[in-house]
Design a protein around this ligand. Structure first.
Ligand code: GLN
Length: 368
């Protein structure tokens, strides 16, 4: 095998899920819900299996591209459906980053962005989000501007941000757009947590710079079915054709019956208030977990969005907790390969039942 294959490593999420299973731990590591997806989604899938079992067009089923277009307020012709948002991010790396290009991204950084950029021959360059004394995360826009070089090709953002939960403000995004226009950069915006926010609705970057923004989304995150592998990219006008042509080289198309089901579910989710219910449920579980952790003496950093929170407490380390406390979490360092994060930060997922969160807290209390 080539070095790029030999040096590839098991993802921290897969690893922590494996250790959780091995140690019988409550899994607050990998971000997937422990509950079932909504009934309207499951029923649509049951109807689709047996009737929509062959290939879909590589760009996606027309019904799904139209449903996404209507939901996102974009032209369905600009949408490419992918096999999960992970594939979408890898596809964009292949489509947009060339050898010797630099790609700017924020650190802490979702782990796959770095190897995906390197696989395309490009160099990822990170700009820190810094933890403040008040427990928020700041982006220094001057630092971001200073990181642009003649080789910078693209700027990759993720808001709501995994793992910090930081939601970029409209003002920050406007500054990013100004910078991108000055230097003619592509913008990649990973918005898989677009419906999971706890304050005001996050601004979608594409609304500010439709001519240069590729927005990535996820049916798995929105509709609580991460194993279905249905994601998408909303491309700038005119770019979907080549992106879809490149996309067919990997898995040809995303699973057809799940595309049918997601196409049917998207308008239902919007009309029925499903996302409002999702946010209410997550806000309650966020506060259950945050309160419990604080009661145990942990410092908790509340997210503006996503289903993750970050916390730390002396003596708590991911490797130790999974083995000795029976609680799996993700170590903060997994998201900070080049810049030292404040030590001891852990990411905990609260997309689990209240019962599981209470069990995790009880185990942590016994461990303390
Ligand atoms: N997005 C999920 C997380 O951050 C995991 C994604 C994955 O494991 N592919 O936990």
């Amino acid at each position: 095998l080539l070095p790029r294959a030999r040096s590839s490593q098991e993802s921290v999420f897969a690893r922590m899920s494996r250790l959780a299973a091995q140690h019988g731990a409550v899994n607050l590591g990998q971000g997937f819900p422990s509950g079932a997806p909504p009934a309207f989604l499951l029923e649509a899938a049951r109807r689709a299996v047996g009737t929509a079992d062959q290939y879909a067009p590589p760009a996606g089923l027309p019904a799904l591209r139209d449903a996404l277009g209507a939901d996102l307020g974009v032209d369905g012709a600009d949408i490419v459906v992918t096999t999960g948002a992970t594939e979408a991010m890898g596809l964009l790396a292949q489509a947009l980053y060339g050898p010797d290009d630099e790609v700017l991204m924020l650190e802490p950084v979702f782990d796959i962005y770095l190897p995906q950029a390197r696989l395309a021959g490009a160099t990822p360059v990170t700009v820190p989000l810094r933890l403040t004394a008040e427990g928020g995360w700041t982006l220094d826009l001057d630092e971001l501007r200073a990181a642009v070089t003649p080789r910078t090709r693209a700027l990759l953002l993720n808001s709501p941000h995994n793992p910090t939960g930081r939601v970029l403000t409209r003002e920050e995004l406007e500054a990013v757009v100004t910078l991108a226009r000055q230097h003619d950069l592509w913008l990649i915006s990973d918005e898989v947590y677009d419906e999971l926010y706890f304050e005001e609705r996050p601004t979608s970057l594409r609304a500010l710079a439709p001519e240069r923004t590729f927005t990535v989304g996820s049916a798995g995150k929105r509709l609580e079915a991460t194993g279905w592998r249905v994601g998408w990219v909303a491309c700038p006008p005119g770019q979907a054709g080549p992106v879809a042509a490149l996309r067919q080289l990997a898995s040809f198309c995303a699973p057809t019956p799940f595309q049918v089901a997601v196409a049917a579910a998207l308008p239902l989710a919007r009309q029925s208030g499903f996302y409002e219910g999702l946010r209410e449920g997550y806000a309650a579980r966020l506060h259950l977990l945050a309160r419990g952790l604080r009661d145990l003496g942990a410092e908790v950093f509340l997210p503006g969005g996503t289903y993750f929170l970050m916390a730390r407490r002396p003596g708590w380390e991911a490797e130790v907790l999974v083995e000795q406390a029976g609680v799996a979490v993700i170590p903060g360092e997994a998201f900070a390969p080049s810049q030292a994060l404040p030590p001891g930060l852990l990411r905990l997922a609260f997309c689990k039942s209240a019962g599981e969160l209470e069990e995790a807290l009880a185990r942590l209390e016994r461990f303390c």
